[in-house]
Design a protein around this ligand. Sequence first.
Ligand code: ATP
Ligand code: MG
Ligand code: MG
Length: 348
Amino acid sequence: GETIGIVGGGQLGRMLSMAAAQLGYRTIIFDPNRRTCAADVAAGHVCADFDDLLAMEDFAAQVDVVTYEFENLPVDPLLVIGKRLLPGTKSLGISQDRGREKEFIEGCGARVAPWRCIDSAEDVRSAVEALGHPIVLKTRRYGYDGKGQAWIRSADEAEAAWDAIGREPAVAEKGVPFDHEFSVILARSADGSHAFWDSPDNSHEGGILRRSTVPAPAAVLAQVEEARDFALRIAEALGHVGVLTVEFFASADGPVVNEIAPRVHNSGHWTIEGAETSQFEQHIRAVCGLPLGSTALAGRKAVMENLIGPEVERWPELMAAPGVHLHLYGKGEARPGRKMGHFTKVEP
Ligand code: ATP
Ligand code: MG
Ligand code: MG
């Protein structure tokens, strides 16, 4: 069998490893932490910094194909992997910089909120003037789970918001009045074939995904066709191979792209039990050049909920409940805001 390298050792890497094992593949994790929940279930672990070129060369020599479970990685060392890195460096480079990402999405003809690049306090002031408010400032790099963001609700909050995100290079974007948030999750193969799952309705609390529900309500379903068209244009322009997730706001003007993730996504965890083929298996299929599987629903309805921080202590009760599929990531300390597990209920 082949060996798949996975860069990043979090829960997404863990679930990719488990899906790969089911298809007969070995996986090796590249992650700087000595203990990671992904390496715990993989055949091997290269423990080195992401910018360690020698370690990356060693990793590349041990595996047949390399994928990644998160996008905040230095691109240069990954160049040694060449065409065996899937999704490729274009997907990675664009999705790790919110400025490049927005420009790219607009270039694909997809709708985004009005936005500006921010490099100075002066830029923040002129963005408020040009866009009005509310505005959200987001650091161009390294943000996730709502970190590195600050809202500007009136012109006098501009300076404080810029301070709050550490005066880092940022984007300013107009607040989008939305009824729902949803995601388009698709898989694309090297031969251009692709498959969409049903789009989940996503609710967030404090910037962190709380729950994903499929099927989404009618207000979302009415926008899915246009959103899929945007997402596929983005995937094709990236030459993306693997799973791609595009987050949307369902606004009165139609679907507005929030951001993209060049990978499996928390809002797709419901596919493990709720769809014929999970996002994790599908990603492995795509990067290994296997045919894509059916994305049909496995039941009438699926609801996935995250276990964040101390909420993981609910596991005994959840495990006892019929019809509840419990996933624990084996992460150890349940720090506030840390994703410790999730559970999915599927209605037959
Ligand atoms: P993730 O963990 O999904 O990668 P992130 O840190 O990259 O999150 P975003 O997805 O950009 O952050 O924003 C987090 C949440 O904040 C969104 O899901 C949405 O609820 C809200 N939000 C972000 N941008 C806007 C906007 N322009 N208008 C309205 N709400 C927004
Ligand atoms: Mg994000
Ligand atoms: Mg997001």
